[in-house]
Structures are given as structure tokens and as C-alpha cells.
Design a protein around this ligand. Structure first.
Ligand SMILES: [Zn+2]
Length: 341
């Protein structure tokens, strides 16, 4: 080691005393940038208890802040289970520094790669990966309470996160974690619709080989069935302007709006209703995020609520349907080549 502290031997006891005192300071002031310095001290004193006690004042965010190499040095001196105990302390005691704040969720696979390259032991990576999977599952479930519009706006983020976790499992060659993730995915089709899943499987997880792939086999089969079901519903007729969505509210206004949405021929609705009713209907439309334009025509009494269905309903449906078909064909091809082998 080359730090000035270590040029002279025999100071370990003094350093140990300093470290014990410094813990109180760190409780208020620890930042990830200070991690390097304190790892040096922890390595110098060679005392498991004191080192853990001092470093416990940091948080998971050290992994984002260039602390990976330092962490692996700790592992080499104190062992993997000591490291896992430290991480688990951070997870339980430092909720304010949790991943959602500090560690990028969308490139967790990058973190796993850097840990592997730095020489982190599988037990350490497994612990972090398992935590991240549980954390992601819990945070994605929160979306089930949001509106359909929010659910669809957040879809890309969810898919990117899922994709990075699957890649992380691939890197780590951990079939049990892939399966855990896949079981969650196939039990929540609202969160992960099959067409979106088909994109990520085709993009990156096609060429998985060996005994390790059972999670992917399960996922692929699930997606193929989902796509088939969607394709069975067929493509709408070009002149069909119905929108498949339902307001859950049972009031007469929403019943009228539902009938308008379902109608295959009614494209526009001009609806003279009072402000309170207009606000209610507008709010319901916003929650669903539908392809309609809504405006208020400020003439007459009451004013008119004007609802126009998009001109592109057929075009959008055709694009969606073509993509479904294309992805289905690609997946079915992979499936049949697998069964031949
Ligand atoms: Zn209503």
C-alpha cells in the first residue's frame, strides 16, 4: 500500500482509536466520495469489527461512485460474507440512500459487469442481484395502482429495467434468478404486455444456450401464446372507429361515454353538458390516455364538450398488428429450431 499512513508500521493501534472516534463524524457527514479514504484505513487496521462499524456509515451508492475496486479490496481482506453483511446493513439501515435514489436501475447489468471484472465473488454479486430483483418487483407493483395512462407512459422504463436485470442474470449465469424474474413477469401481464416483451426477447435473449435457459423457454412460450391470442382477435376493419377502453365509473355520463368509445361508426361527439359534468368526463378520459382529442366549444349554454376520435386508429392498429405478426413469426422460428435440437 502506498498511502502516507502506512509508510511507518506500528501505528495500527493509533489508527484504530482514530477510526472509532471518526464514526460519530461520519454518521452525519459520510459521502460516497470519502469511501476510498476510509477503505484504506479499514484495510490498514485489519480489524473486522471496527472496519464494519465505520464503513456501515456509508451506503449502497458507493457502487455508483467508483467504489467497486475499493469494495473488492475489502472482500479480499475480510472475506465475502463480511462484505455481504455490510451490504445487508446498508440495505436495512440506509433506506434514504436506497437504489431508487442512487443506483441506476436501467443499467444494473453494467454494475454486475464491473463487479465481475474487479473480482467480486459470486456470493457478493448474488446478494446484490437478488436485492435488486426484489426491489424492482416491489417498485413495479406500485404501478398497478396508477391510472392506465400512467401505466402505459411508464412501460418503456419498466421494460428497460427488466431487460437490464435479465442481462445481469445472464452475466452472472444464475438460472434461479432469471426464473424468479420470469415468474413475476408472466404473472403480471398488465405491467409487462406480451408485445413489449417480444421486443426485448428478440433483441437480446434469443441466443441463450444450455441448461441455464429454462427461464427464457418459459418466457418465450408465454409471449408466443400472448401474441397468438392478440392475433386471433384480428385487425379491425378500416372504417371501424371503436376504441377498446372502458370507464369504470357507473354514472350516466360515463355510460354514455363508454357507448361512444365502443361505437364502430360514431367518430365525433358534440356534447352540451354543464361544467361539472364536462370536468368529470375530461378527467376520466385523461386517466385512460386514449387516442382522442377533447376540447370545449364555448358557445351556447351549456358549452359543448367536443370529443374527436383520432384519424389514425386504423393505421395505429395495423402497425401494432404487423409488429405482432412479425415478432410472432420470428419467435415461432426460434421455437421450432429449439425443438429440432
Ligand atoms: Zn362517471
Amino acid at each position: 500500500m502506498s498511502s502516507p499512513l502506512t509508510t511507518q508500521s506500528g501505528n495500527e493501534k493509533k489508527a484504530l482509536e482514530i477510526l472509532k472516534k471518526v464514526k460519530r463524524y461520519l454518521q452525519k457527514n459520510a459521502t460516497s466520495k470519502m469511501f476510498k479514504t476510509f477503505v484504506k484505513l479499514a484495510l490498514y487496521v485489519q480489524d473486522e469489527e471496527v472496519s464494519k462499524s465505520v464503513l456501515s456509515e456509508f451506503s449502497l451508492s458507493v457502487f455508483d461512485q467508483d467504489g467497486i475496486k475499493e469494495f473488492v479490496k475489502l472482500q479480499d481482506l475480510y472475506g465475502a460474507s463480511w462484505c455481504v453483511a455490510l451490504i445487508s446493513y446498508w440495505i436495512v439501515e440506509k433506506p434514504y440512500h436506497s437504489y431508487s435514489y442512487s443506483l441506476a436501475q436501467k443499467d444494473f447489468n453494467q454494475l454486475v459487469m464491473r463487479l465481475r471484472e474487479a473480482g467480486a465473488e459470486p456470493a457478493v454479486i448474488s446478494y446484490l442481484l437478488n436485492y435488486q430483483i426484489n426491489h424492482t418487483i416491489e417498485s413495479h407493483k406500485q404501478f398497478l395502482r396508477s391510472t392506465p395512462a400512467e401505466l402505459s407512459r411508464s412501460l418503456n422504463d419498466r421494460m428497460e429495467t427488466l431487460n437490464s436485470l435479465l442481462k445481469a442474470c445472464d452475466l452472472h449465469r444464475d438460472a434461479s434468478m432469471t426464473e424468479k424474474l420470469v415468474q413475476h413477469v408472466i404473472s403480471s401481464s398488465l405491467l409487462y404486455p406480451e408485445p413489449a416483451l417480444s421486443n426485448i426477447i428478440l433483441e437480446t435473449h434469443v441466443s441463450m444456450e444450455g441448461s441455464y435457459v429454462s427461464g427464457y423457454d418459459l418466457l418465450r412460450e408465454y409471449v408466443i401464446n400472448g401474441l397468438l391470442k392478440e392475433m386471433d382477435k384480428g385487425l379491425r376493419e378500416p372504417e371501424d372507429v371503436s376504441i377498446q377502453a372502458t370507464f369504470q365509473c357507473q354514472c350516466p355520463l360515463c355510460k354514455t361515454a363508454n357507448a361512444f368509445l365502443k361505437s364502430k361508426t360514431e367518430k365525433n361527439k358534440i356534447w352540451p353538458i354543464v361544467e361539472r359534468d364536462r370536468d368529470h368526463v375530461i378527467e376520466r378520459f385523461r386517466r385512460l390516455g386514449l387516442p382522442v382529442a377533447i376540447s370545449v366549444e364555448k358557445k351556447g349554454s351549456p358549452y359543448k364538450l367536443v370529443i374527436l376520435k383520432s384519424d389514425k386508429l386504423y393505421q395505429m392498429d395495423k402497425e401494432r398488428f404487423d409488429l405482432l405478426t412479425k415478432n410472432y413469426e420470428k419467435l415461432a422460428k426460434i421455437e421450432s429450431s429449439k425443438s429440432v435440437r
